[in-house]
Design a protein around this ligand. Sequence first.
Ligand code: PEP
Ligand code: MG
Length: 579
Amino acid sequence: MLLQGIAAAPGVAMGPALVLKNDTHTVQRYEIAPEQIQEEAERLEAHIRLAISQLEALIEQTRAAVGSEQAKIFESQIWLLEDEEFTGAAKEAILSKRINAEAALDDASKAIIGIFESMEDEHLRERAADIRDITNRVLRLLEGKDARPQQESGAPVILVAHDLTPSDTAQLDRSSTAGFVTDIGGRTSHSAIMARSMEIPAVVGSREGTVQVRTGDYVIVDGSLGQVYINPEPAIIEEYKAKQIRFAARRDELKKYGGQPSRTADGHRVELVANIGNAQDALAAKQSGAEGIGLYRTEFLYMGRQQFPTEQEQFQAYKVAAEIFGKDQPVIIRTLDIGGDKELPYLDLPKEANPFLGYRAIRMCLDETELFKTQLRAIVKASAYGNIKLMFPMIATLQELRQAKALLAEVQNELEWENVKFNRSMEVGIMIEVPGAALVADQLAKEADFFSIGTNDLVQYVMAADRMNERLAYLNEPFQPAVLRIIDHVIQAAHREGKWVGMCGEMAGNLTAIPILLGMGLDEFSMSGGAVLAARALLHQLDRHEMKQLADEVLQMTSSEHIKLHVESRVPAIAEWRA
Ligand code: PEP
Ligand code: MG
């Protein structure tokens, strides 16, 4: 079976699935003879034991793949299976109703689900889902429908989940997770972005992944085409083994671009830098050939923990990245951009109807000045150790930029008083991701040292299409004429003020977009580390003047499909380097 989703992170992964979700079941029901009662009760008991041992194995796999938090789900399921209240009631039903084990278990399960569902406490109500899940597991075993390939212990799994939060994804262990598939999400949801930076092949927005795939199924994830094969024919497996080999060969071929400058065939220099979420990523980015960091998503330092990181912890995390890239190569640290799909469990903010349009990023930081100033202190202190630049996210108005800069100046003055060394001339830029900011880019460019265009958000706001919604992928599309025009507007406005412009949204690493952006005059391209070498290889084959003409043509075109086809036919090298 083949599922078509959204290509989230290139590459091919194959292996046994680990599904992080419940499934449903139809149950056989028949009467049994009195002399079968004992045997039927023993049959039930044996399969409950089997289910417990499966769950124990799942706990280990889940712990390794996604962390202890997710594994707890299975721990509480074991606890429920060991609870006499539930399984005892099933055995009792075999005796009193003289029915088969499956039907008895189903009856006991429904009764207990009814009790849980009527409870006030939300946490207890959620236990109903666990009862459903364990009932299905035991039923499948009882009916002998669990004859799926046994997973080799320790073999990397293909994780299949309804959704993975950014912090789930951040905790994925590369050695135990070969790839992942989610039901929902778009190409610029943060789980997709992280999969690309971790180089884990992934498909998001498959819609039915958790419905169609069962734990233990053999799954192929084609993260380049957005396809998921479930228990494919041997011929398809062979085809994909060959594809994996081609993918590895391309990666080897690209290695020769590692130490080379990022310039076009006619000698025009741009910067190819990487997006990272922590200090370890900085090293990986350097090894992938990035000439610096164009976006350090600092919110990841705040995730997967119970309280805010201290100034000292943050200082260390920024300093390490600065030192990896040295005095010349830039490390752009973006201040906290929490909100949207990135939540902090310990920051108790009210639930919002539209989180992407809500109290997030700089909006929150300008309110929570203590939290913000702690981060600013850490960044300013780290600026003494490399070429750090600071960037504010989600700026919508000039007043927000001024307020943020005023807080930064306070911090710098305090540190001066304390005799702490730092770089007084650190550049301070902003992300352009709110259409309102893009339209006043001329005003903002007078007071910001640089811009970095955040297309992940900019596209969703320009097109009014949630970046997490797989049904809106046709609108959430950086090649939409409206998006290209606003990007061009921002670049020209900044250049008129003598400021440089980068892009750190996912579009910057898109091989079809690079020729257009180069033609528009973009100065810096920031992408996942794994995309840098292909971008550089392509750049070497482009002529800046020809691309300027291409950009002018594209800006007059009327559909994203035509624009992509036009660029790809004018620049055949795109196909050569595509993953
Ligand atoms: C963006 O919006 O393009 C961006 C780079 O920021 P994030 O993806 O973290 O919202
Ligand atoms: Mg953004």
